[in-house]
Design a protein around this ligand. Structure first.
Ligand code: NAD
Length: 435
């Protein structure tokens, strides 16, 4: 059965895809490939609940400001809700619902015993001092206290939040509950129950999936060129691992632009976003005249004729406007939602495989699952064990999705959604609808 959207849908993406629109479209598409009770699909279009809270903050100057926070819980049929808390001025209830739906599919495609959640506060984190961020986080934890917990809903870092934010959240929750409960959040510093390898995990999983995709299309990693947009947690880690494994990374970028060297870039020599923000372009300015490397725009990076393109910066970068110009043979989504629905259809027409975000960057939530297990068992794993088990989980998920591609003739994205929806729907049908 063809899954190509109608010409109207393909024509443009003037209104760039919102997380909720994309999540609903993907659910409807996946449902056409799975023998699933329409009542289950109907239930999955709606989140279980969305909590909106007011989060008052006493600023450092003594004034009081009230921010709005949210937590969307999409579905918990397979286990506690799981997903990030973001601090960003544009956080809305609708965005949280859409992203919580994505988390349901991401957890299910990796066969993790979690459902999808997402939340955050509509605030510019750069406008807050460290003390203000701590007070805001502690109050937010208190406002969400009744809905979170290791067996209910387990938040994690996301845009604008980090391991320290999770430490404050966990401390506030634990103080109120009267005991230390590290499993209420993941992405904590290892000293208080965080997992080794968590920070690197989404980039590592993206690299593993890119490596498997290269192999699937009968190529040799040592003859593979790679372009990576974004040199942060996901992009830098993916680029470094792929280079370690023999690939030639020919282009990387940060928000200010890209650097391209057909002979290969020494990605270990460039600090990642976390090590030194926006260092790619400052590295580029140090290039000598005779160097084969040159600067490019982020738009040009996306159109390079490479074997593998990894958009690993932000969403909606491959659109109806540039999908015809994508010259890579394989796209592996490191970022969340880098390809719009319209662009996806164009790439499908052009036979360019796109391996989706919910599979490729799911290493983050997978190591979060490992962290949750370590917290419950009060036993920390070594980095070697984390990476070994991550590799196993990613390969299992890859095999499950590949089977749908090969047997059902589906795109990688549809195949991943089919795997995820089948698991969630089967759990829902088996448990039934109560009352
Ligand atoms: P990060 O902040 O560590 O790095 C982002 C990088 O992208 C930086 O190099 C930045 O300069 C660059 N960038 C920002 N805006 C850009 C733009 N408009 N064009 C080109 N480059 C731009 O972020 P990250 O944690 O690596 O996340 C990247 C993407 O991966 C996001 O979509 C995020 O949602 C997704 N993701 C992250 C994780 C995680 O745990 N870190 C997990 C899954 C998915």
């Amino acid at each position: 059965m063809s899954t190509t959207p109608s010409t109207d849908e393909m024509a443009s993406d003037d209104e760039l895809d919102s997380a909720l629109i994309t999540a609903r479209r993907q659910l409807e598409r996946a449902a056409t490939h799975v023998d699933v009770d329409p009542g289950v699909v109907e239930r999955l279009k709606h989140p279980t609940r969305v909590q909106q809270v007011s989060v008052p903050l006493e600023r450092d100057d003594g004034s009081v400001e009230v921010f709005t926070g949210y937590r969307a819980q999409h579905d918990d049929v397979r286990g506690p809700y799981k997903g990030g808390l973001r601090y960003h001025p544009e956080v809305t209830a609708e965005e949280c619902i859409g992203l919580s739906m994505w988390m349901t599919w991401k957890c299910a495609v990796l066969d993790l015993p979690f459902g999808g959640g997402k939340g955050g506060i509509a605030v510019d984190p750069k406008s807050l001092s460290d003390d203000e961020t701590e007070r805001l986080t502690r109050r937010f934890a208190e406002e969400l206290r009744n809905m979170v917990g290791p067996t209910k809903d387990v938040p994690a870092p996301d845009m604008g939040t980090d391991a320290q934010t999770m430490a404050w959240f966990m401390d506030a929750y634990s103080m109120q509950q009267g005991e230390t409960i590290p499993g209420v959040v993941t992405g904590k510093p290892p000293v208080i129950g965080g997992s080794y390898g968590r920070e690197e995990a989404p980039g590592r999983s993206t690299a593993i999936i890119a490596r498997e995709a290269v192999d699937h299309y009968d190529r040799d990693l040592s003859n593979t060129t790679v372009a990576v947009q974004g040199f942060g947690s996901v992009g830098a880690n993916a680029a470094r691992l792929l280079e370690d494994w023999g690939a030639t990374v020919v282009a990387v970028s940060d928000v200010n632009g890209a650097i391209y060297d057909p002979g290969g870039i020494d990605v270990d020599a460039i600090p990642s976003h976390d090590e030194e923000p926006e260092a790619v372009t400052s590295y580029a300015t140090e290039l000598a005249d005779g160097d084969s490397a040159r600067r490019l725009s982020n738009a040009d990076l996306l159109e390079l004729d490479v074997d593998v393109l990894i958009p690993a910066a932000v969403g909606n970068v491959i659109t109806a406007d540039n999908a015809d110009a994508i010259a890579a043979d394989i796209v592996v989504e490191g970022a969340n939602g880098p390809t719009t629905f319209a662009a996806d259809a164009i790439l499908e027409e052009r036979d360019i495989p796109v391996v989706p975000d919910i599979l490729a960057n799911a290493g983050g939530v997978t190591v979060s699952y490992f962290e949750w297990l370590q917290d419950i068992n009060r036993r920390q794993w070594t980095l070697e064990r984390v990476n070994r088990e991550l590799e196993e989980h990613m390969l299992d998920a890859w095999t499950d999705v590949r089977a749908e591609v090969e047997d059902g003739g589906l795109t990688w994205r549809d195949a991943a959604y089919v795997v995820a929806l089948s698991r969630v729907a089967e759990a829902k049908e088996t448990r039934g609808l109560w009352p």
